[in-house]
Design a protein around this ligand. Structure first.
Ligand code: BJW
Length: 259
């Protein structure tokens, strides 16, 4: 069912009230209203301007480490200059109103944590952290500050290593423990809420189907129709900063809690 007016479907509110296990999967769209560009949107998306394999793959980094490092430095600055939005904040409120809550994100910006969410499963890493390209050991800010004139800085851990962001590029494996925690949560969910993802990148895009196969109802929030929304039980057409606070307010009103 697609909903684009103001009212939330009654059976959705009932499902949310009765759900013991709620899992949320977020994507770039959730941070769009914070001013962070998404990836795949035709006009504004990052991939409309930049080649994903040149910037977000180990091959792209090997071919031109400075180009990749500079692009990530630009995005780091954009994120540092931006703030979480009402969609992020609504999810941290929803966690407090739900018996078992799990927030899984593909985003690397850390905005969920800044908005108050704890125990976030970051499938694609976190752009604020830096690692050695050879050993994957963490590199700390004091080293980066001392080598800020190099693009990218050399690694302190390996003579042939370079600093790189601690994110998951195409062709790289996701952290096994993070992925398996996300899969377990999806398989046990009563309700899965998907917000702001095109559902084009795996294994993250497979989580809503995994939840549905194991009996969960699926809600998708997205201004566009995606592979996920077309199979979801409900599709709220519009932005996450609009719908997520409404969902929390409706739950609070129905359950007698304060949002
Ligand atoms: C709004 C909104 C608003 C706008 N409110 N909504 C199975 C089938 C086919 C291929 C594969 C497969 N399994 C694996 C693959 C290969 C590959 C893959 O999926 N390729 C596809 C392109 C087909 N996957 C991988 O390579 C993954 N690794 C892997 O599988 O490893 C296996 C392995 C095992 C053992 C050893 C070695 C390997 C890794 C994937 C890593 C993805 N990395 C990136 C970059 C992260 C770092 C960075 O940020 O730079 O992750 S790519 C990019 O896409 C980023 C995102 O997290 C990810 C998903 O994007 P997302 O969030 O969906 O954003 P958009 O822009 O696509 O969509 C935004 C949506 O928001 C749109 O729908 C808008 O309408 C909506 N929207 N405003 C709500 N206000």
């Amino acid at each position: 069912m697609t909903q684009s007016g103001d009212a939330l479907p009654e059976d959705l509110i009932r499902t949310l009230l009765e759900a013991r296990r709620v899992v949320v999967l977020t994507g770039a769209g959730v941070s769009a209203e914070s001013g962070i560009p998404t990836f795949r949107e035709a006009q504004r998306g990052l991939w409309a301007q930049f080649d994903p394999m040149a910037l977000a793959s180990p091959e792209g980094f090997a071919a031109n480490p400075a180009r990749v490092w500079d692009w990530y430095q630009w995005r780091r600055q954009l994120i540092a200059d931006s703030q979480p939005n009402p969609g992020h904040r609504a999810l941290s409120e929803l966690a407090a109103m739900t018996e078992h809550f799990c927030l899984v994100t593909q985003n690397v910006d850390g905005f969920h944590q800044l908005a108050g969410s704890a125990d976030v499963l970051e499938l694609h890493g976190n752009i604020t952290r830096t690692i050695c390209s050879r050993t994957r050991s963490p590199v700390f800010d004091d080293w980066l500050a001392r080598h800020a004139d190099r693009s990218p800085p050399p690694s302190p851990h390996h003579p042939e290593g370079l600093c790189r962001p601690d994110v998951v590029w195409f062709g790289e494996a996701l952290d096994e423990s993070v992925l398996s925690a996300a899969m377990d949560a999806a398989a046990q969910a009563d309700l899965m809420i998907v917000a702001g993802t095109a559902g084009a990148v795996y294994p993250a895009a497979g989580l809503p189907a995994l939840a549905a196969e194991n009996g969960a109802r699926v809600l998708d929030i997205n201004p566009e129709i995606t592979a996920i929304s077309s199979r979801a039980d409900w599709h709220l057409t519009g932005t996450s900063a609009r719908w997520l606070p409404r969902l929390v307010a409706a739950l609070a009103a129905e359950s007698g809690l304060r949002a």
